[in-house]
Design a protein around this ligand. Structure first.
Ligand code: G3P
Ligand code: CA
Length: 256
């Protein structure tokens, strides 16, 4: 029987085998047994949330320019698939609205972890837009607190705090590239429901997870591709592991 935890979260979709943040990468992740999906979002020039990691589209498409200088229509005409592999089908940019629509149609809806990028620069615009879009999709109602179909994440404390104020029922993950707060004997702030450390921090301090658990909170750990890291997360009680290789991580967890 598969282990219920840690749950496998596909980082940018099945990004080792498909072009990241494309519909194909998310579909493949689910075929590979992912329990959840991770995506990054930025705001386009015409104010829509699009699933793109970098500030510019140059690395992950055949186009050029900053996401904030391009409209969705312009990015729809750019290919976000073939940079990864010549045989990848062409993909225009994927909007978060489209991704949410795609997930809503699934029988077993996977949990979606949405990371907002460039929060400081736009003074909360991304978080306000995310809260509004989730509300339009019916994902901020009282029910969602228990089901948690979507979680918001950021490295920026201000972004998580602002989002929590705008959508209090949607769980949040404070991403950590340094173990702080809990290590200093403090607690996770009330507006952060889940701790999100880099796996390298857990290698140095595996007791972090139990200290977070003692606060009644879960841990989301990234990016967990190596068997030793998967084992570490499992042993330490990590609730979610974000991986570029959902197939290999799933197999390792199901049949170590
Ligand atoms: O899941 C968290 C992780 O995605 C943060 O790093 O740079 O891949 O967005 P990055
Ligand atoms: Ca991310």
């Amino acid at each position: 029987m598969p282990q219920p935890f840690p749950a496998v979260v596909a980082h940018r979709g099945a990004s080792a085998s498909r072009a990241e943040h494309t519909r194909g990468a998310f579909e493949q992740a689910l075929q590979q047994g992912a329990d959840g999906l991770e995506c990054d979002v930025r705001v386009s020039r015409d104010g829509q949330l699009v699933c793109v990691h970098d500030r510019r589209i140059d690395r992950t498409s055949n186009g050029r320019g900053a996401v904030s200088d391009l409209t969705v229509a312009e990015m729809a005409g750019v290919d976000f698939g073939s940079w990864h592999h010549p045989h990848e089908p062409e993909h225009g940019v994927l909007t978060l609205d489209e991704l949410l629509g795609m997930l809503a149609d699934l029988r077993n809806r996977p949990r979606l972890f949405v990371e907002t990028k460039h929060p400081a620069r736009y003074g909360g615009l991304v978080e306000r837009k995310l809260a509004a879009l989730l509300a339009r999709h019916g994902l901020t109602t009282p029910r969602v607190r228990a089901d948690a179909p979507v979680l918001m994440m950021s490295f920026a404390e201000a972004a998580v705090r602002r989002f929590k104020a705008a959508a209090p029922r949607v769980p949040t993950v404070l991403l950590l590239s340094q173990i702080r707060g809990v290590r200093r004997g403090g607690v996770l702030p009330t507006w952060a429901d889940v701790a999100g450390p880099d796996v390298r921090l857990l290698r140095a301090d595996p007791g972090f997870v139990s200290r977070v658990a003692a606060l009644g909170r879960d841990t989301y750990c990234w990016t967990v591709d190596e068997p030793a890291d998967i084992e570490l997360c499992k042993r330490s009680g990590v609730r979610y592991v974000a991986t570029n290789r959902p197939d290999a991580t799933r197999s390792h967890l199901d049949d170590p």
